[in-house]
Design a protein around this ligand. Structure first.
Ligand code: RM4
Ligand code: MN
Ligand code: MN
Length: 406
């Protein structure tokens, strides 16, 4: 049995080495929209320090990267971050570099304009489908110019009532749109197809689950993969099994991490069920050990906090991600494989439980100090005075922007 699973509870030096090696290759991408004022369907509670401009978003993201060391890229939503499209690329590049960051996944916005009331690529109106495709193709170009590899596609398409849309036609239109997108991509780019079972559509969603996303990705072309957003599943769904399947099929492209209690709640990663995140990371690391291959996966955060301070919530998220990844790195794979083979159920399960129970925080602190990073990212951020400074700079403008649901 692993030592820290019993009396000691902190990692041994051999385990420290495993944690350090794991963290050396761990990166997680921040979402630009996680730093802006966002709300619920019913209203926004504004935060005086929230970012409104792309420069402010990069500046805030840089605080998270500075304190944790594992977030060099920022995912962008085209209309929110590059409203001028391709013309904004040069400025975004300059700003990213100014704050020591890079642009990450590029997310087209094919869900908010009035024309998308009945869908984007799945809309019965060919002109709307074309407008959506044009925007996605422009996003591909933006990504290429920014040097971003991933085009991350999430569609709000679907319908609210039985019988109101032809599901098969919409499926074909989606396939055509995704194929056209794939043809426009460079050989270095990837398309990530995200699925979601409901919301904003509440009867059918055009890409409702991983099977549909997988089918679309395969139909689109060799550089299309599936994106798993942990909040986009039905209750009790076994997400790590989906992860294991997609890994085995070579079709797992990336994650949007967040936690949930009821629906797509976008709560802080690991706040409700840290063991689930651990199990996901475990499946990935077990696959890597068994195959000797590095899984090519983009880890991204997809959260926007209404109530927690945005930068602090992001630091908390990244810290949690590092801890759970480090715990997963402690699973003893050889032992696990033998125990699985022998159907030694209790002992096999213990391989996971012992690793999960291990306190990896001292090893993470050691890793951070060896990289010249603060041992305690949250404390370092709080002591930096950054939040007070931007609160003073931004609060007047933020608090004037009150909006209501109706
Ligand atoms: C969706 C989905 C997408 C995100 C949009 C704004 O629920 O998770 O990834 O970009 O929200
Ligand atoms: Mn998402
Ligand atoms: Mn979501």
């Amino acid at each position: 049995m692993m030592e820290c699973g019993r009396a000691k509870h902190v990692s041994t030096s051999k385990q420290n080495d495993k944690i350090i090696a794991a963290l050396d290759r761990f990166h997680i991408e921040l979402p630009s929209w996680g730093f802006a004022n966002t709300g619920t369907r019913f209203g926004k509670f504004l935060q005086p320090a929230a970012a409104s401009t792309i420069e402010e978003k990069f500046s805030d993201a840089a605080q998270v990267h500075r304190s944790t060391g594992v977030c060099p890229t920022v995912a962008l939503h085209v209309l929110w971050d590059l409203p001028g499209g391709v013309d904004d690329v040069a400025e975004v590049k300059t700003l990213a570099a100014k704050y020591g960051l890079r642009a990450g996944a590029i997310n087209p916005n094919i869900f908010q304009d009035q024309i998308y009331k009945y869908g984007s690529l799945g809309n019965p109106d060919p002109e709307v489908r074309k407008a959506a495709l044009d925007h996605i193709l422009a996003s591909v170009e933006i990504a290429a110019k920014l040097g971003s590899r991933d085009i991350s596609l999430w569609f709000a398409d679907g319908s609210n009532y039985p019988g109101t849309q032809n599901i098969r036609h919409r499926r074909k239109w989606f396939e055509e749109g995704l194929q056209a997108t794939h043809r426009r991509m460079t050989a270095d780019q990837r398309m990530l197809v995200e699925y979601k079972p409901f919301e904003p559509a509440f009867y059918h969603t055009d890409i409702a689950d991983w099977g549909m996303a997988l089918e679309f990705a395969r139909a689109a072309g060799p550089h299309a993969k599936v994106l798993v957003d942990t909040g986009h599943h039905y209750q009790a769904q076994n997400i790590e099994q989906i992860v294991a399947w997609l890994l085995d099929l070579g079709m797992l492209g990336g994650f949007h991490f967040n936690d949930r209690r009821y629906a797509d709640d976008d709560l802080t990663m690991g706040s409700i069920d840290p063991y689930q995140v651990f199990r996901i990371f475990h499946e990935i690391l077990y696959f890597e050990w068994e195959t000797g291959k590095r899984a090519d996966i983009a880890y991204m955060i997809d959260q926007s906090h209404n109530l927690k301070g945005k930068i602090e919530a992001m630091i908390q998220t990244v810290t949690t991600a590092m801890e759970l990844y480090a715990k997963a790195a402690l699973v003893e794979h050889e032992k696990l494989a033998l125990r699985q083979e022998a159907c030694a159920l209790v002992d096999a399960e213990s391989c996971l439980k012992d690793a999960f129970a291990c306190d990896v925080r001292p090893a993470i602190r050691e890793w951070a100090l060896s990289k010249g990073l603060p041992a305690d990212p949250m404390q370092a951020f709080r002591e930096s005075g950054y939040l007070e400074r931007v609160t003073a700079e931004r609060s007047q403008r933020n608090m004037a922007a009150v909006s209501s649901y109706a």
